[in-house]
Design a protein around this ligand. Structure first.
Ligand SMILES: Cc1cc2nc3c(=O)[nH]c(=O)nc-3n(C[C@H](O)[C@H](O)[C@H](O)COP(=O)(O)OP(=O)(O)OC[C@H]3O[C@@H](n4cnc5c(N)ncnc54)[C@H](O)[C@@H]3O)c2cc1C
Length: 343
């Protein structure tokens, strides 16, 4: 018999964001899959009543909260104290938590205080023989491990896109306030603001249907012997605006900015896909002006339908890495595609 606690921090308006609702779906599924288990929900934030209202019909038997201005922003000391209090009050044996940066930073310490165990980057939960098992990847998505544990409480940081976001009728669940006595030493760190990478365009869209990869070819001399950076920027941004794709990049292209060259200003290392970049999950991918070398393509592990546009018929994509390679000038192709999309 497990007591499952779904633990989430609220957003500035007191509601839950999508990663939290996905984790809630996971916690609810687990409560149904483990016979005799119960589900509780615990919230942390400056305000938490909207989150309780949002999740009233999720099937939780208790709604607990640590609320107050001290808990509005991410801070290790206050987040850990609040999470510890919620886990203890719920008597949680399994804690399902969305893998946000805020929780990734504070939850290992909570596991230590509770004499429990924690697993991060969990990409699957299932019930085998009435017991919970979790899966996660190792060695940059090359090996998948399936783990179980006897030690409790077991804290699980669940990655996004594992479960569809939970949704249900809103209401007004009664919330039990959990008091946390914070010493002054827990409030020393102050939140001063968010510093985001310099981009004037939203290009990171994890939910997009298409991964659109740009490679260093966009910045190279073209058939007329000239570099066409302004055209490249316009074509790429035009395509992104029309398709709402996720903008991925090769390492060579994002590195150019570090070498002091004039490059596409909306690209940062956040866009880099590959061995030393990200491994995004989108149903489809289109690579343009990118050679398709192994350290890059390893980041396409979860992309099912792959296409590439390259002038070189012997590029990496032609060697079994793409379903379709268009041997063509990407400037021409994307110009034409943008015109068709505009229609
Ligand atoms: C340890 C290590 C880790 C690495 N990690 C990563 C990683 O995480 N991600 C990553 O991306 N790379 C990584 N790399 C680098 C990787 O090996 C390649 O160097 C890089 O991916 C090449 O980038 P690119 O294809 O954009 O550039 P290039 O190799 O310069 O290719 C440019 C391509 O553009 C094409 N092109 C030019 N003009 C046009 C046009 N008009 N139309 C169509 N095509 C055109 C050319 O034919 C060429 O194929 C790593 C390397 C090492 C050693």
């Amino acid at each position: 018999m497990e007591t499952i606690l779904f633990l989430a921090h609220t957003e500035s308006d007191g509601t839950l964001a999508r990663p939290a609702l996905e984790a809630l779906a996971g916690a609810k599924w687990l409560a149904g899959a483990l016979p005799g288990s119960t589900l509780a929900a615990g919230f942390i934030g400056e305000s938490t009543q909207p989150a309780a209202g949002q999740t009233t019909s999720c099937g939780a038997s208790r709604f607990l909260s640590v609320t107050g201005p001290e808990f509005g922003q991410s801070r290790y000391a206050t987040d850990a104290a609040a999470a510890e209090a919620l886990c203890r009050t719920a008597g949680a044996t399994i804690v399902i938590v969305p893998a946000t940066a805020r929780w990734a930073r504070s939850l290992a310490g909570v596991a230590q205080r509770l004499d429990g165990r924690i697993d991060s980057h969990v990409t699957g939960i299932s019930a085998v023989g009435g017991k919970l098992v979790v899966s996660r990847w190792y060695y940059r998505q090359r090996m998948e491990a399936v783990l179980d544990r006897t030690k409790r409480p077991w804290l699980i940081l669940l990655e996004t896109s594992v479960f569809p976001a939970w949704s249900g009728e809103p209401g007004s669940a009664p919330v039990e306030a959990v008091a946390v006595d914070l010493p002054d030493s827990a409030k020393r760190t102050r939140f001063v603001g968010i510093r985001a990478p310099k981009t004037d365009e939203q290009t990171i869209r994890p939910d997009a249907n298409l991964l659109f990869v740009t490679g260093a070819g966009w910045t190279k001399k073209q058939s007329d012997g000239q570099v066409h950076l302004a055209d490249a920027a316009e074509l790429i941004l035009g395509f992104l605006r029309k398709t709402q794709s996720y903008l991925g990049s090769s390492k060579s292209l994002v590195d150019l900015s570090g070498e002091g060259q004039v490059v596409l200003p909306f690209l940062t290392h956040l866009n880099q896909v590959g061995q030393t970049g990200s491994t995004p999950r989108h149903p489809k991918g289109l690579a343009t002006c990118c050679h398709g070398e192994e350290p890059h393509v390893v980041g396409w592990r979860f992309i099912n339908e792959r296409r590439a546009v390259n002038l070189d018929p012997n590029c990496g994509w032609a060697r079994g890495k793409a379903d379709v390679l268009y041997v063509a000038d990407a400037f021409d192709v994307i110009k034409k595609v943008n015109a068709l999309l505009a229609e």
